[in-house]
Each structure stands twice: as structure tokens, then as C-alpha cells.
Design a protein around this ligand. Structure first.
Ligand code: ADP
Length: 268
């Protein structure tokens, strides 16, 4: 895929300015990457089928990123390769009153993937140390404890057979402006334009700092963060699919043994 570090060893400080959001590795353009991208998607489908058949392990994929960073796009382009029967996508919005009446991980834990399936989070538990911190929805004494809670929660899932992989879709501030303007101007995209996104954009730097802390404090062996260069959509998809293939290849997925003496049955 190329040389840029996509992740750092647990304990290292993530500094987002050290990651180039426009990086495209050894590839010049979309055409150049097409073959590898297609192979990745085919392999993902095969691996997921094995996971479903085996029914022992689960995979949780977390997507986070600033508005317009491509969370919806990567879900369509990469997650779309999986058989929908064994994949569940959850988008986390502003918590409703029932969710707010519980601890903040309650709504998350309920939708973690069952054995044999893939769970995809479009936003996640990390909103509780991102928007909650930057928009001051809770005081520091409250959100600062959450990094440990989240690490413990992810450890619990991992101990129970859930592999976890977390992607931060990294775009530049300039790229975000272009994408917001595109949403404003293109009729088929105008439904995505929300004036509220402009207020969030004003807090770009605060969000980058909040992301750096989340990535640094919650980057563990069992639930690593990857910073995905996301200015180029085709490279974003290629990088995510490559890391997913690598993650799933390490999950020891196998088809279960067939029934004993399978050939002794006569199928007529
Ligand atoms: P999208 O993910 O496509 O931007 P929305 O426009 O509905 O979807 O945005 C979801 C909103 O919900 C975001 O502004 C996000 O910050 C907010 N949100 C998600 N989780 C929380 C949370 N735990 N507390 C407060 N706001 C949250």
C-alpha cells in the first residue's frame, strides 16, 4: 500500500499534522488502484463468508472522521462488499432521551456484532470524547474518564471474540471546504448540506486535538486505530479494504468441519 504509517505502536502520540491526508502510496490514480481494490473486495467477501460459517468470531469496524470525510462513502464502497446477511451497520446520532437515561456505552453495547457477523459503526462510542468534549456537553471530569472506560469496553469485547479495527478518515481542512461547497452547489447532494456543519467546521482545531487524544489514549493491540489518508476517495477505499483484509486474515477463520462421513449420504 505504501510507506506512510497508518498506525502507531500503542502508547505513541498521534500528531495528525504528521499524517498526509493526500497520500496515495505507490498509486497515481484511481485506474492504477482498481485491480488491487477489486481483489481486496473479493477477498473480504470470502473471509466474511468463512466467519459466518464458522460462527465463532465477530468483527467490529469503527469509522470516525470530520463531516464530509467519507464515512458514508467508505461504507457504501467497501462494506458493500460483504454479504448483507452477515453485516450490520449502525449510525450513531445525537442520543435520544432513552439513551441519555443510561450510561453512554449502553446504546453501543446493544449493537455490537454477534458471533459470525461484522458490525460497522458510522460514528461510535468515540463521539462521547469528541463532540461531547469540544461542544462542552459534559465537563472535563466526566469525559476524561471515558478513555479508560472505552479501553476496558473494547478489551471486554476482544476477550469475548470480537476483533476490533478503528479507522479515522483523515481529510484536510481545504478538502472539507471543497466538499461542503460541492454539497451546497450540487442538487443531488444538497440534502446532505447542513448549516450546523459550518459551526462544527469553525472548531476544526479543537476537533483535531480531541481526535489526537482519542487516537493516542485508545490505541491498543486489540483495538488499533488507523489514520486513513482520505482526500482521495479511491485511495481511502483501497487503504481501508487492505487493512480489513489484513485484519481478517489474522482472525484464524476457517470453514467448520463437514458432518462426519459426508460422502456416505446419497443425494438424489
Ligand atoms: P452524519 O453522521 O451523517 O453527520 P448526522 O448529520 O445525523 O449524521 O450527525 C449525527 C450527529 O450526531 C453528529 O453531529 C454527531 O456529532 C452527533 N452525535 C453522535 N453521537 C453523539 C453523542 N454521543 N453525543 C452528542 N452528539 C452525538
Amino acid at each position: 500500500m505504501g510507506k506512510q504509517p497508518f498506525t502507531l505502536p500503542p502508547g505513541s502520540k498521534f500528531r495528525l499534522e504528521e499524517f498526509d491526508p493526500g497520500y496515495t502510496g505507490k498509486y497515481d490514480d484511481d485506474d492504477d488502484a482498481k485491480k488491487d481494490a477489486k481483489e481486496n473486495l473479493k477477498r473480504l467477501y470470502e473471509l466474511q463468508e468463512m466467519m459466518y460459517a464458522q460462527g465463532k468470531r465477530a468483527l467490529l469496524i469503527v469509522f470516525q472522521g470530520m463531516d464530509t470525510s467519507g464515512k458514508d462513502g467508505v461504507i457504501k464502497d467497501v462494506v458493500g462488499a460483504f454479504n448483507p446477511q452477515g453485516a450490520h451497520i449502525h449510525s450513531f446520532k445525537v442520543p435520544n432521551s432513552e439513551e441519555l437515561a443510561h450510561d453512554y456505552l449502553w446504546r453501543v453495547h446493544k449493537v455490537t456484532p454477534a458471533r459470525g457477523t461484522v458490525g460497522v459503526f458510522n460514528r461510535s462510542q468515540y463521539e462521547d470524547v469528541l463532540v461531547v468534549r469540544v461542544a462542552k456537553l459534559a465537563p472535563k471530569e466526566v469525559w476524561s474518564k471515558r478513555y479508560d472506560h472505552i479501553n476496558d469496553f473494547e478489551r471486554l469485547l476482544s476477550d469475548c471474540g470480537v476483533s476490533i479495527v478503528k479507522f479515522f478518515l483523515h481529510i484536510s481542512s481545504e478538502e472539507q471546504v471543497e466538499r461542503l461547497r460541492d454539497r451546497q452547489e450540487t442538487p443531488s447532494k444538497q440534502w446532505k448540506f447542513s448549516p450546523g456543519d459550518l459551526d462544527v467546521r469553525k472548531q476544526w482545531d479543537e476537533y483535531q486535538r480531541a481526535y489526537e487524544d482519542a487516537l493516542t489514549l485508545c490505541n491498543t493491540e486489540h483495538a488499533p486505530w488507523y489514520v486513513i489518508p482520505a482526500n482521495r476517495k479511491w485511495y481511502r477505499d483501497l487503504a481501508v479494504s487492505t487493512i480489513l483484509v489484513q485484519t481478517m486474515e489474522k482472525m484464524d477463520l476457517r470453514y467448520p468441519d463437514p458432518v462426519p462421513n459426508i460422502h456416505s449420504y446419497s443425494v438424489e
